[in-house]
Design a protein around this ligand. Structure first.
Ligand code: NDP
Length: 384
């Protein structure tokens, strides 16, 4: 199939573009990615497939040359295939890693290939018995309007599911990551102090709320007053410290007078170094992610913190265990998660915040926002 690179802005009327640009110029920071992709702004259509492909590997934060929007025909399903129309696309920090040609737990996206990503999609047509037109599914179709699938590793969510986008967040990969990482590796005990950063995001928000359900003292760390207020007032954490505050280390120490028993590692960097001296003997550290380092182009300048990290692990007998949610836990853990989380949501014991970005063309800028902390809550893209 031939895909054409969008070269003009003929898809949006001049008036629409002016309106959109005026909207965005009022933002404190209007970065070039958003300006460029707005030129491609057009809604999902019935006869064209837009695909966002990896154009070149980024050096640092992705820029306007990293991703390219292409358009082409909608593919036709053959025997044993489904045609899927993307409704919601999930944006997640791991996507930055897939842009690099580096050895990891998953294959990198190849140059010219559609960016990887989980979506909630609607079945348009089906040549498989297990799926009917109108069914919603969870699939790995990536950043595009339409995709073919052989039905493998596709979860049928049924017709008109409640909150379909939640399958990309609280009831999906991020929610399960928080649940399994905290309960199976962190093993929080009642009365213990649990600390988690990126506390207003989908993983951190869920970690903290589950830790509260398990009767722990929970301290969140987040960037800025609005996020911290949400974490305490809406999510019920005991406190939330702004990592951008000048006296961050002092505030964190004061909030953890009994030290830290579980540190759920989401961010690395300065936050990790501030946590280390506060870890108690036999602390547990589920190592889930280090998002503050995902755009590094080399080792950070300054001191080598390796000795401090390893020294703390040794002296304090800290259990550190990395995990990747796809293959680190038995299937029974996923069943427990679905059962528990469904109940917690129904009873209002867990709150869930989503940020819905309108339009596939805005996904590249939204991913950068997520990587640097400008997103708030679980980010999904409403594609169609
Ligand atoms: P979020 O939506 O919370 O986005 C990342 C957040 O990290 C930002 O919003 C920002 O929040 C924070 N952040 C970014 N840069 C910094 C920095 N320099 N210092 C401190 N905080 C920073 O992400 P998710 O909830 O989706 O994911 C959280 C972590 O979990 C990530 O590291 C991700 O890669 C990892 N993960 C790992 C999985 C696994 O299987 N191991 C599976 C799923 C996720 P703020 O503004 O509050 O600082």
């Amino acid at each position: 199939m031939e895909y054409m690179l969008y070269s003009t802005s003929t898809f949006v009327s001049v008036i629409q573009q002016v309106a959109i640009f005026t909207l965005f110029t009022s933002y404190e920071e209007r970065h070039s990615l958003r300006e460029i992709y707005l030129e491609f702004a057009m809604p999902q259509s019935l006869d064209t497939n837009r695909r966002v492909v990896l154009a070149e590997r980024p050096n640092g934060l992705p820029n306007e040359n990293t991703l390219r929007v292409e358009e082409g025909d909608i593919p036709q399903p053959g025997p044993g295939e489904l045609l899927l129309r993307t409704v919601y696309l999930s944006l997640d920090p791991y996507m930055r890693g897939r842009m690099d040609d580096a050895k990891s737990y998953a294959e990198p996206v190849k140059i010219g290939e559609v960016m990887t990503g989980q979506v909630v999609a609607e079945v348009v047509s089906s040549n498989l018995n297990a799926f009917e037109p109108g069914d919603y599914v969870l699939s790995g179709s990536g950043w595009q309007d339409y995709a073919l699938s052989n039905g493998k590793e596709v979860m049928n969510l049924g017709k008109e599911p409640q909150n379909p986008s939640w399958s990309l967040g609280i009831m999906g990969m991020p929610g399960y990551t928080a649940y399994a990482g905290l309960l199976k590796i962190g093993e929080p005990q009642p009365g213990e102090t649990v600390v988690v950063a990126a506390a207003s995001g989908p993983v951190g928000a869920t970690v903290g709320q589950i830790a509260k359900i398990k009767n722990c003292k929970v301290i969140g760390i987040a960037g800025g007053a609005d996020k911290c207020a949400h974490v305490v007032n809406n999510l019920g954490f005991d406190a939330c410290i702004d990592h951008k505050a000048d006296d961050f280390a002092e505030q964190l120490k004061a909030a953890c007078p009994d030290g830290i028993d579980v540190y759920f590692e989401n961010v690395g960097g300065k936050v990790l170094y501030t946590i280390l001296p506060l870890l108690n003997a036999f602390a547990r550290v589920p190592v889930c992610g280090v998002v503050s380092w995902y755009n590094l182009t080399g080792l950070p300048e300054g001191s080598d913190f390796g000795p401090a990290i390893m020294g703390t692990i040794l002296r304090m007998k800290v259990k550190v265990q990395g995990f990747i949610i796809f293959d680190s836990f038995p299937k029974s853990t996923y069943k427990e998660f679905v059962q528990d989380m469904t109940q917690w949501l129904a009873k209002g014991e867990v709150q869930y915040k989503e940020q819905v970005v309108e339009g596939l063309e805005n996904a590249p800028a939204a991913l950068n926002d997520l990587l640097v902390g400008k997103s708030f809550g679980k980010v999904v893209v409403k594609v169609g």
